[in-house]
Design a protein around this ligand. Structure first.
Ligand code: NAD
Ligand code: MG
Length: 360
């Protein structure tokens, strides 16, 4: 593998720090740029001799200046959209953890990707799994794909129980240790909704061909069903260093400290359908995705506002889907023609969701 210069955006986060670990153990991977939202990164930059650093602001600045071979977008939320579009447009390889950018930018991102023609390597574990199961297969042989969901900490909660869960309960994810926003998204199943839309764009699949199944231990990351009745699955212990390493060292698949599956103590795999009554975010995401236009952007924006308010203790758990559904009912959903229009949609949906909350 040749030396690969990596711009790591969101360097201080959960994905960012695991990426630093992967980069440290592969001499050909070199950090050329580091960015965060507000946390200091000068120590990290000094440790790796990184010249380009940026805290907050327009991330395309640091990308222009550092000329990376690969951008790892590990920013959380809509803030990552500019960087995703930049990498896609310029044909620079994009290791994508920031699913919100692909959900929000949707058609704009796909069009930029077509023009730029670069590699997109999903970091989201389910999409990394699908990428691997789908690689080299003719699309007409694929019947459908299946995303697995852990079901989150409230898989067995009744609607009445869900109304009173605390922030601490929601932050206690059963299988993955992640940043706070995606942890709440996993508890509401909004995360799987975002991943559904992400899969639609990444693999050019109609929504009818993307299923979701609850699989509590997160050992199976995704499955692909083929037209001959065969299904391929991707298995491994839930550890994000595996998909991060896969993306950063593609196509070399370098080693990681993560062990492969051990069957000596037995291994049982359980699956069940998701419950859309108790977890309406998955239904709302599917509807927004199918209707298209700028609805997925509005879904994402309203969800970001609702999750932030839930984390601050300002609203209850079931207010999250309520705020998002209300906001989606009020936007017109017309497609955004460029990034400026997309930012307007994002801001409008944020205003609508915030406007339905009691004042802070
Ligand atoms: P996190 O909250 O731990 O970290 C977020 C990072 O983004 C931080 O470094 C923060 O400083 C940075 N950031 C925030 N706003 C920014 C801005 N305006 N400009 C630049 N940087 C900004 O989040 P995370 O769990 O690492 O998740 C990052 C992304 O990866 C999310 O989109 C998430 O959905 C996705 N993802 C995470 C995991 C996981 O295991 N954590 C798994 C799959 C996908
Ligand atoms: Mg995922």
């Amino acid at each position: 593998m040749q030396v690969r210069r990596i711009a790591l955006l969101g360097a201080t986060g959960s994905i960012g720090s695991q990426a630093v670990e992967v980069i440290e153990s592969n001499p050909e991977l070199v950090l050329c740029a580091l960015a965060s939202g507000s946390q200091p990164i000068d120590e990290l930059a000094a440790r790796f001799g990184v010249e380009h650093i940026q805290i907050g602001g327009d991330l395309t600045r640091i990308l222009e200046a550092s000329e990376p071979d690969l951008v790892l977008n590990a920013v959380v939320g809509f803030a990552g959209v500019g960087a995703t579009l930049w990498a896609l447009e310029h044909g620079v390889a994009l290791a994508l953890a920031n699913k919100e950018s692909l959900v929000a930018a949707g058609e704009l991102a796909v069009a930029a990707w077509k023009r730029g023609g670069g590699l997109v390597l999903p970091v989201d574990s389910e999409h990394s799994a699908l990428f691997q199961c789908l690689e080299g297969r003719a699309s007409e042989t694929v019947e459908s794909v299946v995303l697995t969901a852990s079901g989150g900490p409230f898989r067995r909660h009744s609607l009445a129980d869900l109304a009173s869960v605390s922030v601490e309960d929601a932050l206690a994810h059963p299988t993955w240790s992640m940043g706070p926003k995606i942890t709440i998204d996993s508890a509401t199943l909004a995360n799987k909704g975002l991943e559904l839309i992400e899969a639609h764009h990444l693999f050019d699949l109609e929504y009818e061909r993307i299923d979701v199944v609850v699989h509590p231990t997160s050992v199976v990351h995704a499955l692909v069903r083929f037209r001959d009745g065969a299904t391929l699955a991707h298995l491994g212990y839930p550890d994000m260093r595996v998909p991060i390493s896969f993306a950063l060292t593609y196509p070399d698949r370098r080693g990681t400290p993560v062990p492969s599956l051990d069957f000596s103590a037995g291994l049982t795999l359980e699956f069940e359908p998701p419950d859309l009554e108790r977890f309406p975010m998955l239904r709302l995401a599917r509807e927004a995705g199918k209707r298209g236009g700028s609805l997925p952007c509005a879904f994402n924006a309203a969800n970001e506002v609702a999750v932030a308010a839930f984390l601050q203790g300002r609203i209850g758990f079931l207010d999250v889907p309520r705020l998002v559904e209300d906001a989606l009912g009020e936007v017109d959903g017309a497609p955004a023609r460029d990034l400026d229009e997309l930012i307007e949609v994002d801001e409008e949906a944020r205003r609508l969701a915030a406007g339905r909350m009691a004042p802070a």
